[in-house]
Design a protein around this ligand. Structure first.
Ligand SMILES: NC(=O)c1ccc[n+]([C@@H]2O[C@H](COP(=O)([O-])OP(=O)(O)OC[C@H]3O[C@@H](n4cnc5c(N)ncnc54)[C@H](OP(=O)(O)O)[C@@H]3O)[C@@H](O)[C@H]2O)c1
Length: 240
């Protein structure tokens, strides 16, 4: 395995990475856009200059778009090329506590759908992974320890890639995504009144939501929101 270190918030570093890949992997056929950061931001207590906030957009959104642009000719020239972009379950339910993160991941979601449409007549596949909370160091050590088990999540992702699912997710985000993708069951009776009745799709065993993790996640969000509203979690604490 070869590795190359780059600060993907920097356009120059992204271009240098492309040059390095050209020199070492001219037959590259998959780009996996994984890098991301997450910052809690209190919009009523902004403490940094724009460059600090922009960093999150640069890593999460701009890097995915720029790298896709850089590698498009190379990957679409391959017989089995693919782009894999990581957005977030917060695309389905926006995360008020991480507003710039939510904006960046919605940008990734929209761009990935557009990319998939534009490449639909080519041999290149476009996948989007929308993880629920997963126990990693995202946002700082311990900030996601309530999340799903990383190994279980990774196994589900690999399985869904093998199954060619364009939108890949897990646990609570699996349920939520499939729920909003359900077609409307009852048509509006008259213009202006629309009753939307949905039910979860039958999910394969490997993707069954883990209710315990979902409940833990829900409780954690409620606790943090309460503390935050009461002021005990100040803007000076945590990874703002
Ligand atoms: N964990 C979750 O609950 C969750 C949920 C939804 C979506 N996601 C998404 O999943 C992806 C992976 O995150 P994770 O959960 O694995 O978190 P993580 O453990 O913090 O990993 C983030 C990765 O992004 C890299 N990175 C951050 N800033 C970078 C920069 N400027 N240049 C290059 N690389 C940079 C980090 O590299 P270094 O280690 O070198 O810093 C690290 O490899 C992210 O896009 C995240 O938004 C995660």
């Amino acid at each position: 395995m070869l590795t190359y270190k780059a600060d993907l918030s920097s356009p120059d570093d992204r271009e240098a990475l492309k040059t390095w890949v050209d020199d070492n992997f001219s037959d590259l056929d998959i780009l996996f856009n994984d890098a991301g950061i997450q910052r809690w931001i209190n919009l009523q207590n902004l403490k940094h200059d724009w460059s600090w906030y922009h960093q999150e957009l640069a890593v999460n959104l701009e890097a995915q778009l720029h790298l896709t642009f850089l590698f498009l000719p190379q990957i679409t020239a391959q017989p089995n090329g693919a782009f894999i972009n990581i957005s977030s379950g917060l695309v389905i339910n926006n995360g008020a506590w991480v507003p710039v993160y939510t904006a960046s991941k919605n940008g990734v979601h929209g761009f990935t759908q557009a990319l998939r449409l534009q490449l639909q007549d080519t041999a290149t596949k476009v996948f989007e992974i929308l993880p629920p909370a997963v126990n990693t160091n995202l946002g700082g050590a311990g900030e996601h320890n309530y999340g799903n088990d990383l190994d279980e999540f990774a196994d589900a992702v690999i399985q869904q890639l093998q199954d060619d699912l364009p939108e890949i997710t897990f646990a609570s985000s699996w349920d939520q995504l499939r729920l909003i993708k359900q077609p409307t069951k009852r048509r509006p009776r008259r213009p202006g009144i629309c009753l939307r009745i949905t039910r979860p799709l039958r999910t394969p065993n490997r993707c069954q939501p883990r209710r315990d993790a979902d409940l833990k996640f829900g409780r954690r969000v409620v606790t943090i929101a309460r503390r935050y509203l009461k002021g005990s979690r100040s803007a000076d604490q945590g990874p703002w």
